[in-house]
Design a protein around this ligand. Structure first.
Ligand code: IVH
Length: 469
């Protein structure tokens, strides 16, 4: 645009409301592109996201919405046209023979049926089987096998070029290094690398323990991983594969990339075929005759979500027959033959205004977080538990911090940890109250316990809670 007209746009008072709306949309799209790019980098390159997946989804959807309404404002480098972030240069770059795609999302049964309807409209039939699989929240990997041996393993990167992380992937237990002679001479499988919750918790707990010591010595604490996904991504991108080996990673294959030899005709048979070659596959995948059964399976997964030792953020629904898949093809970055039924998010970030103390029936002084209200999975959360003093200090949660809050199922919301980068300069480490905030009696912490108590049996709070009980 010539400079003169740009200046004129800025100076001219906008009379037409349609113009004003368009101008606002253009500016907002610009802002959103910058935000999404920044957060993509934090997530894909730094393995250290600042916002939850739900918040990222909301930014991305808002941007895509504007670009759909005003296609003239879409730029060729918009993150809506890319998958993830371009790879860093610390590893060799691998060009994927077939691009590593992303998935469209649906958020409920209606969305899933709308996806199915588009597929039936395009193919002229609804007579196709569907496969449901847990959508493991890890990172995608392309594994290329040549003459029965793992030739290389590459990250998704920007979908076209990934990073060669073979030595690190070879450390993951359960991944076959050699295949039976019947395997195709050259083929690629796609897999998710992830960290089970149990391993993740143990690892973070060990870092937290170490941090207590470091902070006491006035040294900088080590970074706690925000989620298993980030921990897995960090482990995969280590330069020293001995470090990767020490991290509790797992892998599950979910897809065939390409093959130079014969392969099955359906996705379901492909999963069995891969399992027969000793590839680990995701548990509880299922084949369904049609959309009703597939939708039912997705809904059932919502309640099973926390019953696995690894995090899943949805269910992937795929059309079983490869011939139908080919017929439907790909739009932009997403195949039309698959979609992700996303669960409501369980985490969000917000500001922790104050750490307050609740006096329980037993006199226990329980710290809890008073939060700027935040919506998590459709519920507004204002308070969250903080367990006890040791836990707050281990995680170094401070008043004024931006914190990650998690609300899983019916469980009371919890503060997972602080986003240290967003900490205000004046935020002070937490210290426990010295007195019961209700009776004013000095708080006592019995030997070997993590909890402080009000020792006064007639503390008004204790009396009140006992009566309530
Ligand atoms: S299929 C074209 N199946 O989700 C098919 N992806 O949002 C694209 N993922 O990059 C992927 N479990 O990292 C597929 N059973 C599954 C999956 C799965 C997890 C991840 C994968 C992918 C991302 C797409």
């Amino acid at each position: 645009m010539p400079r003169r007209s740009k200046a004129a746009t800025r100076a001219r008072p906008v009379a037409d409301p349609a113009d004003a709306a368009a101008l606002e949309a253009r500016n907002r799209a610009e802002e959103l592109r910058t935000l999404v790019r920044f957060h993509n980098r934090r997530y894909h390159v730094d393995d250290d996201p600042e916002i939850s997946d739900g918040e990222w989804d909301a930014l991305f959807r808002e941007l895509r919405g504007i670009e759909e309404r005003y296609p003239q404002f879409q730029t060729s480098d918009s993150p809506t046209l890319q998958v993830g972030a371009p790879p860093e240069t610390t590893f060799d770059v691998v060009e994927h023979r077939e691009p590593m795609l992303s998935l469209s999302n649906v958020f409920d049964g209606d969305g899933l049926r709308a996806w199915h309807r588009r597929a039936t409209d395009l193919t002229g039939t609804d007579d196709f089987e569907l496969v449901t699989e847990p959508k493991i929240d890890g990172l995608a990997m392309a594994l290329v096998y040549e003459n029965g041996e793992l030739s290389y393993a590459a990250t998704r990167g920007d979908g076209r070029h990934g990073e060669n992380v073979t030595p690190n992937i070879l450390t993951i237990p359960g991944l076959p290094h050699r295949l039976p002679p019947s395997a195709p001479s050259r083929f690629e499988v796609r897999a998710e690398v992830f960290m089970p919750r149990s391993g993740f918790d143990a690892m973070n707990h060990a870092i937290e323990e170490e941090n207590l010591q470091l902070v006491e010595e006035g040294r900088a604490p080590k970074r706690i991983f925000a989620a298993p996904r980030n921990a897995a991504a960090g482990a995969v991108r280590q330069k020293d594969s001995a470090i990767t080996r020490s991290r509790p990673l797992q892998i599950a294959v979910y897809q065939l990339g390409w093959s130079d030899g014969p392969t099955p005709d359906t996705h379901w048979e492909t999963l069995q075929w891969l399992a027969a070659m000793d590839f680990p596959t995701a548990p509880r995948s299922a084949l369904h005759p049609g959309i009703d059964a597939a939708a039912e399976a997705c809904e059932a997964w919502v309640d099973q979500r926390d019953s696995l030792d690894f995090e899943i953020d949805g269910v992937v629904v795929k059309i079983n027959d490869f011939a139908v898949q080919r017929q439907l093809g790909v739009v932009g970055r997403d195949p039309r033959w698959a979609t992700a039924y996303k669960f409501p998010p369980q985490e969000a970030t917000t500001i922790l205004q104050r750490i307050a103390i609740n006096v329980g029936r037993t006199g226990a002084l329980n710290p809890f977080a008073m939060l700027d209200p935040v919506r998590i999975g459709g519920v507004v959360v204002r308070q969250a538990t903080l367990h006890n003093e040791d836990d707050i200090r281990r995680k170094d949660i401070r008043e004024g911090d931006t914190v990650v809050v998690r609300r899983a199922g019916e469980v009371i919301p919890q503060v997972v940890g602080p986003v240290v980068e967003r900490r205000p300069k004046k935020a002070k480490p937490f210290t426990m109250v010295e007195r019961c905030p209700v009776s004013g009696d000095p708080a006592v912490r019995p030997e070997g316990e993590a909890t402080y108590y009000c020792p006064n049996p007639v503390c008004p709070a204790v009396v009140h809670r006992t009566a309530e009980h």
